[in-house]
Design a protein around this ligand. Structure first.
Ligand code: HEC
Ligand code: HEC
Ligand code: HEC
Ligand code: HEC
Ligand code: HEC
Ligand code: HEC
Ligand code: HEC
Length: 486
């Protein structure tokens, strides 16, 4: 449910917890998304040399884009994601979906440039639907019908449902993380600060989702493995994973918690002094072997270089003796919480990592054990499909669509099989289903247009190609076909 916009300013907790509300409002988490993009600065035109697209941002926050003699257009940017300490990315609405803008603002250079993941692409890309996880980490709530967000990370993301506490003037219960057991407490920060190598949504037939106070591992299975490549860069949303590798221990021999060092409601004015004091609160009796230098974090929590809006590098939370980060002991893909996972989750994790040989037998077994597990059926069908085993994929797609007639992957891929078999009308209706859930799939829409043409429905085909170009203007082939048809 969305709060009315007024509450975004007048926090209902303010009357009784004024200090916490005031200090929290200034934190990066409280400001991690915003609807007030027009407060940001506009931008003169700049050229992306690869796609030869010129972008500019108007004071009304239109993102304009053009390529001479090919296309020009604009998108109204609606939301900014990111507090701006590092930068902002932007989202726009089109049709029934939110999309990620191809340009972001980078605070360090104070410039708009291509967004992370959009660099080195041969064509302008305006078709990237925002994944739910993005909004889950950066907003309080998202309404998929109105496409509106409740901006910032509100109190309820860590304290759970606030209704009873508010209705009883603070006498009713509310989650206090301090009073939870270790796993439930850590789950609150891990919702957004633990990604691992692969994160899998567990099978929950009721469709319920994680809430503060519960155990995250009942909802998400997270798998870790040693990182390859530059040993100083660990996924930025894996602070929890890194911290779990630290040798530091609380007095009860438990690993440190995030709140051992961080106050979730405020950011320290002088981070270096503040954090070094945290170290010394435990280490004053067992000091450093190496030096008397009291800037502990400069050596034991070094920063990776080039921190950017791409979530790629950060402060080393494994607290190593020397500067290289610790790695998990096991070389294999290992569940972060060993007690609550199974082969089904591992199979899906392997599939996410594209390790088909490991994934396939696990998913076959999982599909047999639970023929209603749509995630498993869909992954398995795609594995068969990609490896050319259409005969194996076909019954799986059919089974999925029986359970969920709007399933996007199953309808897209079954349509291809139907079209090949000459069943054009079936293919057309499946592609239309797929486009309802994501209207910006150019490939799917061009397939649909082609099928319509084969049926002799030229007018409808022209409409589909025009729609494809309205989402995805940098498609020379589509433009060419359109000119031929018109
Ligand atoms: C009308 C006053 C009032 C309002 C409004 C209010 N609180 Fe409280 N809150 C209290 C009081 C009083 C306590 C202390 C209760 C106690 O210690 O038994 C409390 C305690 C808490 C606790 C600790 C609970 C515990 O079990 O230790 C949390 C967390 C909390 N409030 C969060 C919030 C949040 C978040 C909001 C806004 C959604 C909010 N409060 C709004 C009065 C209020
Ligand atoms: C709903 C998701 C979410 C939850 C829950 C969450 N965080 Fe965050 N956290 C974020 C995001 C997103 C950012 C980045 C904010 C930005 O700069 O836009 C962030 C940033 C931070 C920062 C960095 C602030 C800075 O100085 O740059 C700290 C520290 C932090 N979180 C600690 C915590 C702790 C401790 C908890 C648990 C008590 C927690 N977070 C729970 C999403 C979350
Ligand atoms: C798993 C949770 C998670 C997901 C998913 C996620 N982020 Fe983040 N994001 C974070 C955290 C945590 C930080 C802060 C890290 C830091 O301060 O170094 C962050 C930082 C950022 C920043 C820099 C903010 C600043 O400090 O100025 C931007 C911009 C951003 N994210 C955009 C996005 C966008 C856009 C998406 C989705 C398309 C996304 N993020 C998905 C958790 C997440
Ligand atoms: C990022 C997670 C996070 C967010 C967001 C958050 N809190 Fe908290 N809050 C915590 C944690 C963790 C604790 C327990 C702190 C501890 O261990 O001492 C806590 C404790 C509290 C307490 C109890 C204080 C006590 O001494 O026991 C109150 C009251 C409270 N929060 C109010 C709020 C209000 C009001 C907001 C929104 C303005 C808010 N919190 C937002 C994580 C959060
Ligand atoms: C809650 C107490 C606590 C806090 C806070 C803490 N540590 Fe530790 N740390 C320990 C304990 C206990 C050990 C285990 C080794 C030992 O017996 O001293 C340890 C071990 C270490 C080690 C040795 C690791 C190894 O591989 O042998 C380093 C380095 C270290 N801490 C640095 C720090 C730094 C830097 C900070 C602050 C950022 C910090 N610690 C904060 C309790 C703590
Ligand atoms: C031993 C102390 C310590 C603990 C425990 C700790 N942090 Fe940090 N954290 C730091 C320090 C030091 C920084 C860097 C602060 C700075 O330079 O401004 C930091 C920075 C961050 C940032 C900003 C982005 C970055 O990487 O620089 C985030 C986000 C964050 N911590 C999240 C967490 C989360 C989530 C946990 C719990 C899993 C946690 N931290 C536990 C000390 C700690
Ligand atoms: C100039 C870099 C540097 C600074 C600053 C620094 N350390 Fe260290 N520290 C090291 C190195 C290197 C080692 C490893 C020594 C070895 O392996 O013999 C070490 C070892 C340690 C150990 C392990 C000691 C043991 O008995 O095995 C602890 C604990 C520790 N440091 C804590 C701290 C604390 C706390 C601070 C801040 C008061 C601090 N360090 C400041 C470089 C530094």
């Amino acid at each position: 449910m969305l709060l009315p916009i007024l509450l975004a300013f007048a926090n209902p907790c303010q009357p009784c917890h004024p200090q916490i509300v005031q200090s929290y409002e200034k934190t990066a988490m409280a400001r991690s998304s915003s609807k007030h993009v027009t407060n940001l600065k506009s931008s003169e035109p700049f050229l992306d040399p690869i796609t030869q697209t010129t972008f500019s941002i108007t004071p009304g926050f239109l993102l304009k884009f053009s390529k001479p003699n090919q296309f020009e257009g604009f998108r109204q940017l609606s939301f900014a994601i990111g507090s701006g300490r590092v930068g902002h990315s932007f989202l726009f609405k089109q049709g029934n979906r939110l999309f990620q803008a191809p340009v972001s603002y980078y605070s360090e250079t104070r410039q708009y440039q291509l967004s992370p993941g959009f660099q080195r692409r041969p064509q302008l890309d305006l078709t990237r639907v925002v994944e739910p996880s993005c909004l889950n980490c950066h907003t309080t709530a998202f309404n998929p019908v109105t496409l509106d967000i409740t901006p910032g990370i509100g109190c309820e993301r860590c304290h759970g449902n606030t209704a009873r506490h508010l209705a009883t003037a603070g006498k009713g219960p509310i989650v206090n993380p301090k009073k939870l057991n270790t796993h439930e407490r850590d789950s609150i920060c891990a919702q957004c600060h633990l990604t691992g190598a692969a994160r899998v949504a567990r099978y929950r037939p009721s469709g319920d989702t994680y809430k503060p106070g519960l155990n995250l591992s009942n909802f998400s299975a997270i798998f870790t493995e040693p990182q390859s490549g530059d040993d100083n860069s660990i996924g930025v949303t894996s602070h929890y994973e890194s911290l779990s590798l630290s040798q530091c221990r609380l007095p009860d021999n438990q690993p440190l918690s995030c709140t051992t060092c961080h106050d979730p409601h405020s950011e320290p004015p002088d981070a270096t002094t503040y954090f070094n004091n945290r170290c010394q609160s435990c280490h004053d009796t067992k000091p450093c072997k190496q030096t008397n230098d009291t800037n502990c974090i400069s050596c034991h929590m070094p920063k990776a270089s080039g921190r950017g809006v791409d979530h790629s590098s950060y402060t080393n939370h494994s607290i190593p003796r020397d500067k290289s980060p610790r790695q998990p002991a096991s070389k294999a893909l290992t569940p972060f919480w060993a007690d609550s996972t199974n082969d089904r989750d591992l199979g899906l994790a392997q599939a996410i990592l594209n390790r088909i040989d490991q994934a396939q037998p696990l998913l076959e077994a999982a599909a047999k054990a639970n023929p209603k597990d749509l995630t498993v059926l869909s992954q398995l069908a795609q594995i068969h499909d990609r490896q050319g085993r259409e005969a194996n994929a076909l019954p799986l797609y059919e089974a999925i669509l029986k359970l969920d007639p709007a399933h996007p992957t199953a309808s897209t891929n079954l349509a291809v099989i139907r079209a090949k078999a000459g069943r054009l009308s079936d293919a057309i209706s499946l592609w239309r289903t797929a486009l309802k859930s994501n209207p910006a799939q150019t490939g799917v829409r061009m397939n649909l247009a082609q099928a319509l043409l084969r049926q002799g429905n030229r007018a409808a085909a022209i409409e589909e190609i025009k729609t494809a170009l309205s989402y995805d203007p940098d498609q020379p082939a589509a433009r060419r076909i359109l000119t031929q048809l018109q």
